[in-house]
Design a binder for this molecule. Structure first.
Ligand code: SF4
Length: 290
């Protein structure tokens, strides 16, 4: 059977679309309520928002027009300056989801990462995450930096960056990945809007997307079982001995794939570097050594 036609692959890929469709039906029937959302970009690279914009199942248009009211986002909003921050403050008075993208710099009270200037005062991402995090109905850490600190908190961590959970004394849903796959974020938002909290693992990750390791579903697993190992990148065989972190990394990359469901690292002859794991990157390096 062609890999594309495998029903398991198809259902894995479309799960966020199924949840979103069902949630949109509930919204149309007034059985669910469209909710406000704040997406705060803290100390990171904007990779998660770019990944989110690339979502296809469904696309960004549906999310912004039908699923949520995105009230504040450093990259996507049209409003600028103090007016933009006022929109952020207004949103805090209602029910909303907070999405945190990037780790939160805490050195010098967060002054390494200023997201707005309001009434002559710099507003740090630490201020904003704490302010919104206290009031949000749900908090989602989007990407590995917000989930665990990630690259932003890698040694020697000069900005003393921390994860969202470390600066907020509350439940945080983690959607790690560098970046997070758009389906993981969109599917989680749709679940929250339509059905409430999705089932999470002990680490706060939605089981819908993070329940198995890459190794469990890897297309090279047969080589591993037969002990046929690649000696260098590009060789046929399992890449375990050249540093693949698939055995410890919990995501559904082999079935879901990336960039419009086209490819993923192992398919492209690159070992998994464990970008969605708690100790990435420090605990995963060196990436190409057993
Ligand atoms: S390439 Fe990596 S994920 Fe795939 S079977 Fe080998 S060790 Fe496991």
């Amino acid at each position: 059977m062609n890999n594309k036609d495998c029903p398991l692959n198809a259902s894995k890929k479309s799960i966020s679309e199924i949840i979103t469709d069902e949630t949109l039906t509930l919204l149309r029937e007034n059985k669910a309520k469209k909710i406000d959302a704040i997406w705060l970009e803290a100390t990171g690279c904007s990779g998660n928002i770019i990944s989110f914009i690339n979502g296809e199942n469904p696309g960004i248009f549906y999310i912004l027009t039908q699923l949520i009211n995105l009230k504040f986002n450093n990259t996507l909003m049209g409003t600028e300056g103090e007016k933009a921050f006022e929109q952020f403050l207004d949103t805090l008075n209602g029910e909303f989801i907070l999405l945190v993208d990037g780790a939160i710099s805490t050195k010098e009270n967060g002054l390494y990462n200023i997201i707005a200037n309001y009434k002559g005062k710099p507003i740090t991402s630490l201020d904003a995450v704490k302010l919104a995090g206290e009031k949000a109905k749900y908090v989602i850490a989007v990407g590995t930096c917000a989930s665990y600190g990630g690259i932003s908190a890698a040694k020697p961590n000069p900005s003393e960056s921390k994860s969202a959970k470390e600066v907020l004394n509350r439940e945080v849903i983690r959607a790690p990945g560098c970046p997070s796959h758009p389906d993981w974020v969109i599917g989680t938002i749709a679940h929250l809007v339509g059905f409430g909290m999705p089932e999470l693992d002990e680490d706060g990750r939605p089981l819908l997307f993070y329940s198995v390791t890459i190794h469990d579903n890897c297309t090279r697993r047969g080589y591993f079982d037969k002990k046929q190992f690649a000696k260098k990148v590009g060789d046929e065989g399992c890449m375990f001995k050249i540093g693949c972190r698939g055995p410890v990394t919990k995501t559904d990359c082999p079935r879901r794939k990336w960039n419009g469901y086209v490819n993923w690292p192992v398919q492209d002859n690159s070992p998994c570097i464990g970008c969605a794991q708690p100790h990435f990157p420090d605990g995963m390096e060196p990436f190409v050594r057993y």
